[in-house]
Design a protein around this ligand. Structure first.
Ligand code: FEO
Length: 399
């Protein structure tokens, strides 16, 4: 896409990525893509805010060169050092040799770590300002959203916040960049939640601190480093992030996420009958087969619903491996304080239930019951499971 002027002499200079399969090498984006947004301010002094991913160095350099002779670039503001935003830094440094790299102390240290860049760098501090002429940049330190060096850059004259990863979303920008131009904002809200749970949720405390910090500044435009720019209703995306960050600490909303895995359908048949019990409770429910579903897609449900039902068999005296992966991801993403239950089949010895209890303890999940049965579930087994699930539904309905 060509650059877009978002305010007088302030330009979006992003690129769309529709060819990467896995964001961070982990998270599927092949169906939706992602944008890497950067911004150029032309003023008495010229500043670029954030950069781009390495594979887009040529596109990015061309996009910038259409607006400015890169030798006239005075500052490159590095809000965040993750290479989806800095991979093109080396190429850009060659083309813009006069530009000073600005970032928080840790960011400047990472410039050396990642790219061996030590010349013409400068550390900025929280709430430090830099006058460009007509416009001022104010740097707001927001550690943990997403890395410890991350900051946001605020332009008080336009109440414009370059928020970096915060308030971002998966999804390429198909010819539009603003929320009020987009015909399917619901899609970006859904992808914002998936992005939040995949990338940000482990740092939810930091998100709440960052939102508190920026509340001191009036905001009319949120310009993140991924996805839509929010100018119609910038508070909307802030409120969504605030809600999700709160869910990570608990309690979340009413509902049950069912994560299941099954080898020969013994656990799955018991689950089918159990789902009818939950269905009668009229409570939101989402069901995921962890054996064939990427964690990227069930983490949003796990974060936003208060109840969790884990159903999987014992696998060689331990837990079904795909479920270990699911619960390990919940632990990495710090999705705590749920109400939870477990059941599953075993062949010659149990094991999965103990593994579940260990995860639940570390995640501070309130376990209403856990049950394992040999082979296929009999009537007595199903009654036991039903009692557990009824308790789970009662607790998950009113967090
Ligand atoms: Fe979009 Fe944490 O980088």
């Amino acid at each position: 896409m060509h650059a877009v002027e978002i305010k007088p002499n302030i330009y979006w200079v992003g690129v769309n990525d529709r060819s990467t399969n896995l964001f961070e090498g982990l998270w599927p984006i092949h169906e939706v893509g992602v944008s890497y947004n950067a911004y150029l301010i032309k003023d008495k002094k010229n500043a670029l805010i954030d950069i781009s991913k390495e594979i887009f160095s040529d596109d990015f350099a061309q996009e910038l060169s259409d607006l400015i002779d890169l030798k006239d670039l005075d500052y490159i503001i590095v809000n965040h050092m993750e290479p989806d935003h800095t991979g093109a830094l080396g190429r850009l440094r060659e083309m813009a040799p006069n530009a000073k790299l600005l970032g928080m102390q840790k960011a400047v240290s990472m410039m050396n770590d990642f790219y061996s860049l030590t010349e013409n760098t400068e550390v900025v501090k929280h709430e430090e300002t830099l006058s460009l002429g007509k416009y001022t940049l104010k740097f707001l330190y927001t550690p943990g959203v997403h890395w410890p060096e991350t900051m946001m850059t605020y332009v008080p004259e336009e109440k414009l916040l370059f928020s970096c990863d915060a308030f971002g979303q998966y999804g390429a920008l198909d010819g539009f960049i603003f929320d009020d131009e987009c015909q399917n904002v619901a899609f970006f809200e859904k992808e914002a939640l998936r992005y939040y749970t995949n990338i940000i949720s482990a740092f939810s405390r930091n998100v709440l601190m960052a939102i508190d910090k920026i509340s001191a500044y009036p905001v009319s435009i949120i310009a993140p480093s991924h996805g839509l720019i929010w100018r119609k209703d910038p508070m909307h995306i802030i409120e969504l992030y605030k809600t999700w960050a709160g869910y990570a600490q608990g309690p979340a909303g009413p509902g049950i996420t069912v994560l299941y895995g099954s080898m020969y359908r013994n656990t799955e048949r018991a689950l089918d009958q159990t789902l009818q019990v939950i269905g009668r409770q009229q409570i939101p429910i989402e069901v995921f087969n962890v054996g064939i579903t990427d964690p990227s897609y069930y983490l949003p449900s796990l974060l936003t619903k208060q109840g969790v039902l884990i159903a999987c068999p014992t696998y060689e005296r331990a837990m079904f491996p795909a479920m270990v992966r699911a619960l390990n991801m919940a632990e990495i993403k710090d999705i705590k304080h749920k109400v939870a239950a477990y059941f599953g089949s075993f062949a010659w010895s149990g094991g999965a239930m103990n593994v579940f209890n260990g995860f639940a303890e570390r995640l501070a999940w309130d376990v209403v019951g856990a049950y394992q049965f040999a082979g296929s579930a009999k009537e007595n087994d199903l009654q036991q499971i039903q009692q557990i699930v009824e308790q789970l539904a009662a607790k998950a309905r009113k967090p």
